[in-house]
Write a protein that binds this ligand. Structure first.
Ligand SMILES: [Zn+2]
Length: 238
């Protein structure tokens, strides 16, 4: 079984990579550089793909589509606005939306799948990303139909097996599969070390905390600080 996977270098897609390898897939991973502020993710994706290739077939390509930056550089992720701090809420995180990002990336992935004869395209949309419309299961379903209609001679199926899972559930699976989370990157800021306080950092802290695990990317000191920050932001959502 051949699959094209969109690998960002974060927790979700890295877990999906390991999951697919253990399911026996030959994985053709694509990492897109689209002008995101946290370009550091791209290096992480490279390291994860290298490491994962020890347990199964992984072909990894980095695809530079940064020339579209000018067309879609509206949100905080591509550097126009300040990244909000704290727990994900609709208002604070709307600003981190890159317009139509997943549709653009998935379109390219489907074209690549047709070219190499892969019948499936995987991406790691999940329930905790509800804020992003292109991570919701309705979107996955609709796009799957559009892909079918647009490639009727060479059928490709869109799969998002984590779409009903929370981030904590994904980490739970990944810890079991031995995903090297110390190589993954989540922080939106893309500095030397994670900021620990942006939406994705706080979400990451929570996902490990709910599994009674320490985030292996962080030092003991950083983990302690991350937990303090998490507890500070947490009441906001109750
Ligand atoms: Zn951060």
């Amino acid at each position: 079984m051949k699959s094209v996977l969109i690998l960002s270098g974060g927790i979700d897609s890295s877990t999906l990579l390991y999951h697919l390898l253990y399911e026996g897939y030959e994985v053709h991973a694509l990492t897109f550089f689209y002008g995101q502020r946290h370009a550091r993710e791209v290096d992480c994706a490279k390291k994860i793909a290298e490491k994962a290739s020890k347990i199964g077939f992984v072909d990894h390509k980095i695809v530079d589509i940064s020339s579209i930056h000018e067309l879609i550089s509206k949100g905080a992720i591509t550097g126009e606005e300040k990244v909000p701090e704290g727990y994900y809420t609709e208002e604070t995180q709307k600003i981190t939306v890159v317009p139509n990002r997943n549709m653009i990336l998935l379109s390219i992935a489907v074209g690549y799948a047709v070219k190499i004869g892969a019948r499936e395209v995987h991406y790691a949309a999940h329930k905790s990303d509800f804020i992003y419309p292109d991570c919701r299961k309705e979107f996955v379903k609709a796009l799957d139909i559009a892909i079918y209609l647009g490639n009727i001679w060479e059928q490709v199926e869109l799969k998002a097996p984590f779409v009903e899972m929370t981030k904590a559930e994904i980490v739970k699976l990944g810890l079991r599969l031995g995903v090297p989370y110390e190589l993954t990157w989540s922080c939106y800021l893309g500095k030397e070390r994670p900021c620990l306080r942006c939406g994705t950092c706080v979400e990451r802290t929570e996902a490990f905390l709910l599994n009674n695990a320490k985030d292996p990317l962080l030092s003991d000191e950083e983990w302690k600080e991350a937990l303090e920050i998490y507890r500070k932001f947490k009441p906001e959502m109750e």
